[in-house]
Design a protein around this ligand. Structure first.
Ligand code: HEM
Length: 373
């Protein structure tokens, strides 16, 4: 006698049938097969494969918390500060959402840098992943633009004067500088028009560009799979049995994301993001105006450069130097020909280590100097 079907199977269609329904309409079987086959290499440096996913997760946190903030935020010079004040004092859990958004923004920058340096040192940019690297460098610029544009939105004293200084530095560039300055500020000075522009960039232009680019970046990673790090003798490290992406790797990713939510919540609750005083454009700039920590290494460098180097303005030379360094960073996969041929290139690793040490040292120096007043 045939076994009686369980209550569950009488009420729910079996999983295969549910997939069949979708498959008949959207041919999902190919995607399911791909997910089943996808695996992540396992070796001594596999931990670094989680950094990109962590950056992605923090981007999601930014989008979700940003949408919540949008429910109350008002982007005008008259109302911006008061609307943020309302969010943190009157709206239920508004203080938490604002703090999470601010802390998560900082962690996202940190993880984007950590991801960049890890793929750099593993030489994951080498053939055939050149364009994955290039799309990554553009993503980093977009992430920094998010930080710069978001900083002004609460319209407090610190943000106002830091934006004035930041846009002034960009405006010092030869030829394009004055146009760039006006494009950013929407006039000659930082005013309500600047706030409206920064708001537009922050909530529309940058999210749209970032979404498109992240999709492209992930698509390239999916097509090519994860690379293996290159060792000094040019060989690849011994690998264990690859970790299936679904569900093993994804579950570990999820675990990391849960821990990050905990860290974010703790940071937001223990160190709520300060609001400061409302910006007064007619007041003189307070002492010690500084940009966000991720711009400090450039800010500090500019202070060391003499006002004039020959006939050229020192600041302009500094900015051009950083732009040149940015271009070299984008072109790394095309410049490191040895790595492209699967051979170790000590020069690039040493240059990366020096750049990292320089950035950390300059940031630390900037903090030390600010504490000494
Ligand atoms: C919004 C910023 C970014 C997001 C959301 C993101 C996301 C990801 C994800 C999820 C992966 C696969 C897992 C991993 O390798 O960690 C990946 C791989 C990769 N990313 Fe990014 N990334 C970002 C920025 C960058 C930056 C700044 C660079 C470097 C310039 C970069 C270069 C790469 C490369 C070369 C790979 C392939 C790694 C390999 O095959 O081993 N990404 N990215």
């Amino acid at each position: 006698m045939a076994a009686r079907p369980s209550i569950e199977s009488q009420t729910k269609p079996p999983a295969a049938a549910r997939c069949r329904w979708l498959h008949e309409r959207y041919e999902i079987q190919g995607w399911l097969d791909f997910l089943k086959k996808k695996a992540v290499p396992r070796h001594h440096a596999s931990i670094f494969y989680y950094l990109g996913g962590m950056t992605l997760f923090l981007f999601f946190v930014q989008v979700a918390s940003g949408i919540l903030l949008l429910l109350y935020y008002r982007p005008t010079a008259e109302a911006a500060f008061e609307s943020v004040q309302f969010i943190v004092t009157q709206v239920r859990f508004g203080w938490l959402v604002r703090s999470v958004h601010s802390w998560s923004a900082n962690l996202m920058v940190l993880f984007a840098f950590a991801h960049l340096f890890s793929v750099f040192f593993m030489k994951a940019y080498r053939k055939p992943r050149e364009l994955t690297w290039v799309s990554g460098t553009i993503l980093l610029v977009l992430v920094l633009c998010f930080g710069f544009s978001g900083y002004l939105l609460p319209w407090n004293t610190l943000a106002f004067f830091a934006t004035r200084v930041g846009s002034q530095i960009a405006g010092a560039l030869p030829f394009v500088g004055p146009h760039l300055l006006r494009l950013m500020r929407g006039g000659e000075d930082v005013t309500g028009a600047t706030l409206t522009r920064f708001f537009g960039f922050h909530v529309a232009v940058l999210p749209m560009l970032t979404t498109v680019l992240v999709l492209l970046h992930l698509m390239m990673v999916q097509i090519q799979g994860m690379s293996l790090p290159l060792r000094r003798d040019g060989s690849v490290p011994p690998t264990g049995k690859p970790t299936p992406f679904f569900p093993n790797f994804l579950l570990r990713d999820l675990l990391g994301w849960f821990v990050t939510i905990g860290i974010l919540a703790a940071l937001a609750a223990l160190f709520p993001w300060e609001l400061g005083q409302k910006a007064d454009p007619f007041a003189s700039a307070p002492a010690g105006i500084r940009p966000e920590w991720y711009f400090l290494f450039m800010f500090e460098t500019l202070k060391f450069i003499p006002a004039k180097i020959g006939p050229i303005d020192g600041e302009i030379l500094g900015i051009l130097g950083f732009m040149g360094a940015g271009l070299v960073l984008v072109l790394v996969p095309f410049l490191d020909r040895k790595a492209a041929r699967g051979r170790w290139s000590l020069g690039f690793t040493v240059a990366g280590l020096l750049a990292l040490a320089y950035m950390v040292a300059m940031t630390a120096l900037s903090y030390l100097r600010s504490r000494q007043g």
